[in-house]
Write a protein that binds this ligand. Sequence first.
Ligand code: CO
Length: 154
Amino acid sequence: MAIRDIVKVGDEILRKTSKEVLTFDEKLSDLIDDMFDTLRKAEGAGLAAPQVGILKRVVVIDIGEGPVEMVNPTIISQGPLVCVDEGCLSVPGRSGKVMRPKSLKVEAFDRHGNKKIYSAKGYFAQAVSHEVDHLDGVLYIDKEVSAQDCAAAR
Ligand code: CO
């Protein structure tokens, strides 16, 4: 296990589309362990593989309710959007307001290839939406809304 460097905004890799994981092997397991170590060290809530320079569809989330790993996550349904405050480990020292689904259902695999379905609400739903965006090269700064629009959507 190891701490990996977190790629910062401006690096092209954050803008690329990550590839689906096809092989559930030791290398994937090591990546996920390293991502959890890196997330804890950075005291973040979530991390996507492209943020450590790996273009694979892998995210880890820990919002204080235990670690969750998602390989090849697919959001299959989502509730209405709400305005939330958000930051990102790849965009240090700032935060902004974005619209995120209040709830969502996501299908994903664990490191062993077992399929799971999560019903996420609140901060967990926000984190899933944020991390899945990373896999498609999208950062929260791309979708920021004004304080006025946010207040109307709280
Ligand atoms: Co982020």
